[in-house]
Design a protein around this ligand. Structure first.
Ligand SMILES: [Zn+2]
Length: 285
């Protein structure tokens, strides 16, 4: 099944596919281990920074190796703000491209998103677009209340979302309804009424929810019920990785790092597995 077929299945059956960021091989192995254990489809995503670090072609080949083993993987370029990065991922063979023009003037955003769609769709590659900038960053902001970050952006305007989708033909719309990127001192709450309004005006478009770390679990379930089919998670995994790494370095003299990684992978896998359960994607493969 290709990316669109998986998202279509998710929409029909009312679950969300977890979109998990990778910045290194261990994290990729953790996601794949969770996907196998839970029999769940997963979106493996890498930002332009993460993709440059790992290598665009390397990511495609790694994903392909796991696909050959029967793991349902969609490889997604996450938050590319420039056309040339999107093109680089497309040329390498990514399955799904997120062009983030959320900080550009609306007309410029529309023009580039349209160009991405024209490039991607003939090859059945999916495109995600964004209008109102999703605030925050995939880091720990544990000294801050999430509201301080939420107010820095405008929540998605349903009418603007409709115009954007109609004019560009993107497959997925990335809504901002309180889902700031990163982990904060308190839980994120979502504006579910806003999400319903967006769902109503673009009923045929897939909806994604970024900033999936640290969101109230009932809000996540409600968002999936309303129609979110892709939920992005990064910071909670990064945090689990780093905490376990610090612990291991403090308590071990090992220099063969690969011998330490299984314990890190296990911790990251736990985070991914919990998300898969919450998103309702377990058992779908
Ligand atoms: Zn994001």
């Amino acid at each position: 099944m290709n990316a669109k077929e998986w998202l279509t299945k998710a929409k029909k059956e009312g679950f969300a596919i977890g979109a998990f960021n990778v910045g290194n091989l261990e994290t990729l192995e953790a996601i794949v281990a969770a996907a196998k254990a839970k029999k769940a489809p997963v979106i493996i995503e890498a930002s332009p920074g993460e993709s440059s670090f790992m290598g665009y072609n390397n990511l495609v080949d790694l994903a392909q190796n796991y696909k050959d083993e029967g793991v349902a993987i969609i490889l997604n370029l996450d938050h590319a703000t420039e056309f040339e990065k999107v093109k680089q991922a497309f040329d390498a063979g990514f399955d799904y491209l997120h062009f983030d023009g959320g900080q550009l003037p609306f007309e410029e955003n529309v023009a580039i998103a349209k160009q991405v769609v024209e490039m991607a769709h003939p090859k059945a590659v999916m495109v995600e677009g964004e209008v109102d900038h999703i605030t925050g960053s995939s880091d720990l902001h544990t000294g801050e209340k999430v509201a301080s970050e939420q107010v820095k952006g405008n929540y998605s305007d349903p009418q603007k979302a409709r115009e954007f989708v109609e004019r560009t033909g993107v497959d997925t719309y990335a809504s901002f309804i309180g889902n700031a990127h990163g982990l904060y001192a308190d839980e994120k709450r979502l504006d579910l009424n806003r999400l319903k309004e967006i769902r109503q005006v673009i009923p045929d478009t897939f909806l994604s929810l970024h900033g999936g770390s640290g969101v109230n679990q009932e809000d996540i379930k409600a968002a999936i019920e309303i129609g979110v089919n892709k939920i992005n998670v990064n910071t909670e995994m990064r945090n689990a990785y780093r905490k376990e790494l610090e612990e291991l370095l403090r308590t071990s003299d090992e220099v063969a790092m690969y011998k330490l990684y299984p314990e890190i992978i296990e911790e990251v896998q736990k985070v991914v597995g919990e998300k898969i359960d919450l998103f309702g994607s377990a058992g779908k493969v």
